[in-house]
Design a protein around this ligand. Structure first.
Ligand code: UDP
Length: 247
């Protein structure tokens, strides 16, 4: 499938639908190809502008999915109607493909009890899902090499990495060349949700695109991360879009 990307403040976002993104990854898995999937949001774009290495890693990813209303709105400002693809839902669908096709998976990240509980719940939900690697996300640089050796030996076809951004993307970028047949996806706080410890926003908040607000109200510490990043992000996108129109 030919990638069609649109830059948002210097970061190319793939304009696939949810279904086509999934198809793209499915095809790669069938062809025994690996890839790095980034689920991008305004916070990550703001971080990528400040941190060159993180910015480079985003732009080197094989698939950049617009996760949340922020990026959807940014594309709308640029005249593009793009479906929002929540990373957590995309990951769940990817898991269903793995279950159906027998692709093994790994879970790397979150606290020990969280990742164990998430694995237990996922196994209950997806009877035939083959989880071959489980590891918490609290490790130092020396342990990184052990994790890489373990991962290489077990070689799961898809590894869900839940270390939060930018840690998960930087870690994936460090190891992906050593595991060319593995699909890596950074999933942020998804294990906390899959374990049942953290609840997602009720569906109507999600439908209105207000999941970020719900999470911020539940976890006020997030406020600092979202503001002023979100409004600033939209202002920058508007300026970028005017500049593009003026040529
Ligand atoms: N985490 C981790 N190792 C770390 C830091 C964070 O495994 O060194 C985990 C943390 O336990 C949580 C996830 O990474 O499960 C980050 O979640 P957050 O909601 O902050 O990520 P976001 O979805 O906002 O990127």
């Amino acid at each position: 499938m030919q990638r069609k990307k649109e830059p948002v403040l210097g970061f190319g976002v793939d304009l696939y639908t949810f279904e086509d993104s999934l198809q793209f990854v499915h095809q790669c898995l069938k062809e025994n190809k690996g890839m790095h999937i980034v689920t991008i949001n305004p916070e990550m774009i703001a971080l990528g502008r400040k941190n060159d290495e993180f910015g480079r890693v985003i732009n080197e990813a094989d698939l950049v999915i617009p996760d949340g209303v922020g990026v959807k709105l940014a594309l709308k400002i640029k005249g593009i109607n793009q479906e929002n693809i929540p990373g957590i839902e995309f990951s769940k669908k990817l898991m269903s493909i793995c279950e159906l096709e027998g692709f093994t998976i790994g879970l790397l990240g979150a606290k020990e009890e969280v990742v164990q509980q998430a694995a237990k719940k996922l196994r209950e939900e997806h009877e035939n899902l083959n989880i071959t690697y489980i590891r918490n996300g609290y490790f130092d640089e020396q342990e990184e090499d052990i994790i890489l050796q373990e991962l290489k030996a077990i070689a799961p076809r898809v590894v869900f990495v839940a270390l939060g951004a930018p840690k998960q993307e930087l870690f994936i970028s460090k190891i992906k060349s050593e595991m060319p047949s593995t699909v890596f996806i950074g999933v942020g706080g998804s294990f906390d949700v899959w374990s049942g410890i953290v609840k997602r926003a009720p569906e109507w908040w999600q439908k209105l695109g207000l999941e970020w607000l719900y999470r911020t109200l539940k976890e006020p510490a997030r406020f600092k991360r979202i503001f002023p990043a979100l409004p600033l992000f939209l202002v920058r996108v508007i300026i970028e879009s005017i500049r593009e129109k003026l040529g």
